[in-house]
Write a protein that binds this ligand. Structure first.
Ligand code: AMP
Length: 190
C-alpha cells in the first residue's frame, strides 16, 4: 500500500455550473484532512481550486500552492500554509510533481487536462511512479475514459498503460485506488 503524504489535485479555476463538482471538492478536502494528507495544487484562489484549498485550511489541514509569478500577482491565494512562486509554468509543474505522492484530476477545463495528461504520460515513460486518478464526478470524465478505451481497442495505447490511470466518482474510493495502485512501470516501447 502506498503512503500518500502529499496529494496534488488539478482542477478548474472556475466553479462551473454543476453543484456536484463543488460538493465533491468539499468531500475530497474532508478526506484529505481526516487522513492527514497535505494538498498540493496550482495556488489559485478561484473556482474549484480555491474551494478545495479553503476547505482544507478551514478544517486545519496543510495546503501548498505552487504558482508562476506571472499568474500569482492577480490570482494567488494568500492564506496558504505555503505559497511557492516559480519563474515559469514549467518550473511550477515540475515542482508540483516533485512535491506530491500522487495526483487527482477533479473536473476542470484545458489547464486541468494538460496537467493530468502530462503526469500520466510521464508515468507511462517511467519518469515517475506515482498514481494518477480521475475524480469522475457525475460522469464528467466518461467520454475521456471511453476515449482511452478506444485507444486501447485501436492499438494506440497499451492495456497495461491504460491501467496506469484509475477513476471513480467517489472521492474515498478514488483515494483507496491510488493507495492500492500496484502497477509497475514497464517501458512503453517494448
Ligand atoms: P482550468 O482547468 O483550465 O481551469 O485550469 C486549471 C488548472 O490550471 C489548475 O490545476 C492550475 O494548476 C492551472 N491554472 C489555471 N488557471 C489558474 C489560475 N487562475 N491560478 C492558478 N492556477 C491556474
Amino acid at each position: 500500500m502506498r503512503n500518500l503524504r502529499e496529494l496534488c489535485v488539478f482542477c478548474g479555476s472556475s466553479l462551473g455550473s454543476n453543484p456536484a463538482h463543488a460538493a465533491n471538492a468539499v468531500a475530497l478536502a474532508h478526506l484529505l484532512v481526516a487522513d492527514d494528507i497535505g494538498l498540493v495544487y496550482g495556488g489559485g484562489e478561484t473556482g474549484l481550486m480555491g474551494l478545495i484549498a479553503d476547505t482544507v485550511l478551514e478544517l486545519g489541514g496543510r495546503v501548498t500552492g505552487i504558482i508562476p509569478v506571472s499568474l500569482g500577482k492577480e490570482v494567488a491565494h494568500r492564506g496558504l500554509t505555503e505559497l511557492i512562486e516559480t519563474d515559469t509554468m514549467h518550473q511550477r509543474k515540475a515542482l508540483m510533481y516533485e512535491r506530491s505522492d500522487g495526483f487527482i484530476a477533479m473536473p476542470g477545463g484545458l489547464g486541468t487536462l494538460e496537467e493530468v495528461a502530462e503526469v500520466a504520460t510521464w508515468r507511462q515513460i517511467g519518469m515517475h511512479d506515482k498514481p494518477v486518478g480521475f475524480l469522475d464526478t457525475d460522469g464528467y470524465y466518461s467520454s475521456l475514459l471511453a476515449w482511452l478505451d478506444r485507444a486501447v481497442d485501436d492499438g494506440l495505447l497499451k492495456e497495461k498503460n491504460r491501467a496506469l490511470v484509475v477513476s471513480s466518482n467517489d472521492p474515498a474510493t478514488l483515494l483507496d485506488l491510488l493507495r492500492n495502485d500496484a502497477t509497475e512501470y514497464e517501458p512503453k516501447w517494448q
